[in-house]
Design a protein around this ligand. Structure first.
Ligand code: AMP
Length: 418
């Protein structure tokens, strides 16, 4: 038997209702805050991700699904959404009428990571981006949205962590200080960090290898090097979060794994996820629009890990098991074809309806109705057809009423929706 690819998964009925509920809450919330949906392709030119995410990142170095298509063009299954959204913003000049654009997308991403709980090779993200806005209030609003969404989904124990990565003016000083430290602990770093310490030293701060973490326990922190502008923005972000009642922690080691981040970065973590504790992450990427060939416009955004969110929401998939409003139990072929017609017409009226299309005994039909948790059963056999009256049984009260064939759809609809 052919099984699915390692690290990929099916989201089956029973679980999918939970996903739909999360998606619906996210859409409602984003739309209240003026975000509009954008749908971007699943595949892009490899170059787009190399240039935006950065060559020295785990994603680009090791994780992308990249291949030459049949024409020999190098393409990549998207590992994240920001690069594509920025590409679309530039390509379609979405900034022209007004640079400020709030966009969101929901969909699958692909990274060839080592699969484990909370980490998949195809996973889903809910992504929100505010393009063309420099104010740190946009970052505050994004963090607020994340907190609100988790609250609405009954996620307990979520914690916002924020940091600032500085900008092109202040980061070089920090980088120099960090590099000095890295030079002194050089031989204690893992292979990846040894390679990265010159080209991308910030990434070393993010390394999860215990020896690297220990070697860097005295690492300088970016917030101590911020220039006046970055400092002011970071203070404004914190003041806005405080005024919104959002609890947060300044986490000086939060650097995140993508190269394009500048200034505010943030993550939402929860103890419920074990090792993969981040349910969402994001931050400001003020230079990316320009780097990808667009105008010099700032931007900020986040991505929520949908799979991880689905694992921790305080809701059970069982809460969403759909139950039929009515189950049609028809005995004999002629009753069945009549019931089939009713079944289709009731469905068209928005009544949740089920019936068995095969030849079954009344006992087995009633068993099916019970198993499905049907609220009512509409019964038709030879006798009912002769008298032109069907029987509608309320499965809760066991009460039965006669429903004349004439106007049956309207009557059932009225009885079930009152
Ligand atoms: P990133 O795009 O790496 O900033 O990730 C944003 C969020 O996506 C993370 O906080 C995770 O919740 C989720 N995420 C990232 N990678 C994976 C993965 N391989 N499997 C499941 N969720 C992931």
């Amino acid at each position: 038997m052919i099984q699915l690819i390692r690290g990929f998964k099916d989201i089956l009925p029973g679980e999918v209702e939970l996903w739909q509920k999360i998606e619906q809450e996210a859409r409602t919330l984003f739309e209240s805050f003026g975000f509009r949906e954008i749908r971007i392709p699943i595949m892009e030119k490899t170059e787009l991700f190399k240039r935006s995410i950065g060559e020295d990142t785990d994603i680009v170095e090791k994780e992308m699904y990249t291949f030459a298509d049949r024409g020999g063009d190098m393409v990549t299954l998207r590992p994240e959404a920001t690069a594509s959204i920025v590409r679309a913003y530039i390509q379609h000049k979405l900034y022209a009428p007004d640079p400020a654009q709030r966009l969101y997308m929901i969909g699958p991403m692909f990274r060839r990571e080592r699969p484990q709980k909370g980490r998949y090779r195809q996973f889903y993200q809910i992504d929100a981006e505010v393009l063309g806005v420099k104010s740190p209030l946009a970052d505050a609003q994004l963090i607020y949205l994340l907190v609100l969404l988790l609250e609405r989904l009954n996620v307990a124990g979520a914690e916002a962590r924020i940091n600032s990565l500085g900008c092109h003016a202040c980061r070089p000083d920090f980088r120099a200080a960090l590099q000095k430290l890295l030079a002194s602990v050089g031989d204690r770093l893992c292979e990846d960090c040894t390679r990265r310490k010159d080209r991308n030293p910030l990434r070393v701060l993010d390394c999860k290898v215990p020896a690297c973490r220990e070697a860097l326990s005295d690492a300088p922190s970016v917030v101590d090097y911020l220039c006046d502008d970055c400092r002011r923005d970071f203070d404004e972000l914190q003041a806005a979060l405080t005024s919104l009642g959002v609890a947060y922690i300044v986490d000086k080691r939060l650097v995140r794994g993508l190269d394009y981040y500048t200034r505010a970065t943030f993550e939402i973590q929860t103890g419920e996820l074990g090792a993969q504790s981040a349910v969402a992450g994001g931050g400001r990427y003020d230079k990316l629009v320009k780097e990808l060939g667009g105008p010099d416009l700032p931007a900020t955004g986040f991505a929520i890990g949908f799979d991880r969110l689905a694992e921790i929401v305080g809701l059970q998939a069982g809460d969403y098991q759909p139950r039929p409003d009515v189950f049609l139990a028809a005995l004999g072929e002629r009753s069945r074809s009549l019931a089939f017609e009713w079944c289709c017409r009731l469905g068209r009226e928005g009544i949740r309806v089920e019936m068995e299309l095969g030849d079954k005994s009344l006992k087995s039909l009633m068993k099916s109705a019970d198993r499905l948790g049907a609220a009512h059963v509409l019964m038709i056999g030879d006798k009912e057809r002769e008298e032109k009256v069907a029987l509608l049984r309320n499965m809760g009260t066991k009460e039965q009423i006669a429903v004349p064939f004439d106007g049956v759809i309207a009557t059932v609809k009225r009885l079930l929706t009152k």
